[in-house]
Design a protein around this ligand. Structure first.
Ligand code: PRP
Ligand code: URA
Length: 216
């Protein structure tokens, strides 16, 4: 299971050796975008498998080819919500583990000058609030984009159970999320040092969207 950080009560960090090995490859500037995308999806699937252990199940009756029995099923629909664009880079890896999850999309980009989030798209299942919602973005920098997306989910769509999955977070973004959404849990593979003067995470991995889609 991920480790809890005392200084950030809403943050859990996956220190699993396989995840850390893949993260190190992802950070490396020599890693090409096809490999970057593959590694990011692999990490996302591993993280999802562990964080989903708190999803609720219910007992159901089924018939095997031999006899009647009971089993357990997830009790409510799971919705993945990648923040466009970079969140898309983790979604396939999670859907490889849970193909029946629905996928909503929230489009927000960060204005390069002001660093403020600029919303441009939102398409979510109408019954999204009926089950757990996983907000997905590899990078949590200032926290502006994530906070904006979480507000859409919680205030406009009344989602009660929202958790966030990232790859790398900055302390500034974690603090912003704690202030704006104190009961939202964030899962990540790394808590990095800080932001630089351009709002990039240090040591980070650069611009995640560009590295996923080859638009450097
Ligand atoms: C990146 C990243 C986050 C955001 C994080 O997206 O994927 O959404 O920046 O920064 P913040 O915490 O300061 O808001 P970007 O704005 O580069 O858009 P893109 O995914 O379309 O490239
Ligand atoms: N967005 C990114 O893609 N990378 C950063 O370091 C910060 C924001």
């Amino acid at each position: 299971m991920p480790n809890h950080r005392k200084e950030h009560p809403n943050l859990w960090v996956f220190e699993h050796p396989v995840i850390q090995d893949k993260l190190t490859q992802i950070r490396d500037c020599k890693t090409e975008y096809a490999q970057f995308r593959r590694l990011l999806n692999e990490i996302a699937g591993l993280m999802f498998f562990q964080l989903s252990r708190n999803f609720t199940t219910e007992e159901v009756s089924i018939k095997t080819p031999i006899e009647e029995t009971t089993g357990r099923r997830l009790s409510s629909p799971v919705t993945l919500v990648p923040i466009l664009r970079a969140g898309i880079g983790m979604t396939d890896g999670i859907q490889a583990v849970i193909p029946e999850a629905r996928v909503g999309h929230i489009g927000v980009y960060r204005d390069e000058e002001t660093k403020e989030p600029v919303p441009y798209y939102s398409k979510l299942p109408s019954d999204i609030a009926d089950g757990p919602v996983l907000l997905i973005d590899p990078m949590l920098a200032t926290g502006g984009s994530a906070s904006h997306a979480a507000t859409i989910l919680r205030d406009e769509h009344m989602c009660q159970d929202v958790q966030m999955v990232c790859l790398v977070v900055a302390p500034e973004g974690v603090a912003r999320m704690r202030k704006d959404h104190p009961d939202l849990t964030i899962y990540t593979a790394a808590l990095d040092r800080c932001l630089n003067e351009n709002g990039y995470i240090l040591p980070g991995l650069g611009d995640a969207g560009d590295r996923i889609f080859g638009t450097l």
